[in-house]
Design a protein. Structure first.
Length: 384
């Protein structure tokens, strides 16, 4: 994955995304915008499908290209990335590896984690595991609070790289150190992290990293996702969902009695959306065009400007230390009606969300300084 493309000005990125012409879009934490490259790829594939029948082999090749590109973004080899379409599916797959608990065995999760990284682990209570829920502090999980819940019986620690409601970025290295000290699996939901900010520097501390395609990876058509598995987890886990895609040669793995599974993480692949694969390959092209590092730097710049602009107009975002900040900036709404505020903003072509009592504003590299200025001007007259 190229580190940078100095020939292309990152501030021109908005020109590739038609929606930015008529809206200030702060909702990538829900779904990313479509570039013209994405919609062109979808239109061409659907037209070909209508005319000639669906070329699923081309879609499978697109999925392999996307696997490699996302591997590059997170600092992993493609051979360590499985195609699993959602975070909940990846978490469910890992939870399925757990047999009945023995006395004292437990898993540690966040009390207010997004459901995809919460519900699957709660199901382990039926197998006898003590599901320990760590309260959030400052909008997320603090290592000291996790440490208080981890002991020799802890089998897994699951958390989000970036919390969806508050933008709190977890200290992956610190939390991993706590989990690894007792031999627990480290599961990270990367939905609000991968594509928005760098993660490669933390990958060595992660056992499983699950990432969907429809947020900061910019394929809102969704249906192809990614699951990094460390070498240790690949050796330990059983591919309980194995089908033809898990084969060493998938197109030669349609029938038994032989079962020759892949020796890479692809043996954990699940069925993908062929249409989504076409879109995702096109969507990821922007990371190659501009360079991932340039995108991450632009995101930091925009998030910093957004925080400062909110303060200037009397809106105080969730206060986070610099190390815990992300591309999501959230403002507690108190007694304000989220629906009324969102409607007022939408009236001015400002698109964002409310999550868990916060106005959630998410920037990506296709945002621009004038988006933030427009938002600030409207919020000035709608103080919480």
């Amino acid at each position: 994955m190229p580190k940078s493309s100095p020939q292309i000005d990152i501030r021109s990125a908005r020109e590739l995304f038609p929606a930015t012409k008529h809206a200030a879009y702060f909702n990538t934490a829900a779904v990313g915008l479509a570039s013209r490259a994405v919609t062109d790829a979808y239109h061409a594939y659907v037209d070909e499908w209508s005319r000639d029948g669906l070329d699923y082999a081309r879609a499978e090749l697109a999925a392999e290209s996307a696997r490699a590109m996302v591997g590059g973004l997170i600092g992993a080899d493609r051979s360590d990335v499985a195609l699993i379409a959602s975070v909940s599916a990846a978490a469910g797959f890992v939870a399925a590896q757990f047999g009945p608990a023995t006395p004292g065995q437990n898993v540690v999760i966040g009390q207010r984690e997004y459901s995809s990284n919460h519900f699957p682990w709660r199901m382990l209570a039926a197998k006898g595991y003590d599901v320990r829920q760590v309260p959030f502090r400052s909008g997320g999980l603090e290592p000291t609070d996790i440490a208080a819940c981890v002991d020799g019986g802890t089998q897994l620690v699951a958390f989000s790289g970036v919390q969806t409601a508050t933008g709190h970025r977890s200290d992956i290295a610190a939390i991993s150190g706590i989990a690894r000290a007792v031999g627990a699996i480290v599961f990270v939901d990367g939905a609000q992290l991968v594509g928005a900010l760098p993660v490669a520097q933390d990958l060595a501390g992660i056992d499983v990293l699950a990432v969907p395609d429809h947020k900061f990876l910019l394929n809102a058509g969704r249906g192809i996702g990614y699951c990094y598995l460390s070498a240790g987890m690949q050796a330990q886990f059983t591919p309980v969902n194995a089908g033809w895609k898990a084969g060493a040669v998938p197109f030669e793995s349609f029938f038994g009695p032989e079962m020759n599974l892949s020796q890479t993480a692809s043996r954990f692949d699940t069925t993908i959306s062929w249409l989504a694969a076409i879109g995702q390959q096109a969507a990821l092209g922007v990371f190659e065009n501009f360079g991932a590092d340039a995108i991450y730097e632009r995101n930091r710049e925009l998030a910093g400007l957004l925080r400062a602009s909110l303060v200037e107009v009397g809106w105080n975002a969730v206060d986070l230390p610099e190390a815990n900040r992300s591309t999501i900036v959230s403002v507690p709404l108190g007694e304000a009606n989220p629906a009324d505020l969102l409607a007022a903003l939408k009236h001015h072509a400002i698109i964002c969300s409310a999550r868990d009592g916060n106005l959630r504003l998410a920037v990506h590299f296709y945002n621009h300084e004038d988006d933030i200025q427009q938002l600030a001007e409207i919020l000035r007259s709608h103080r919480p």
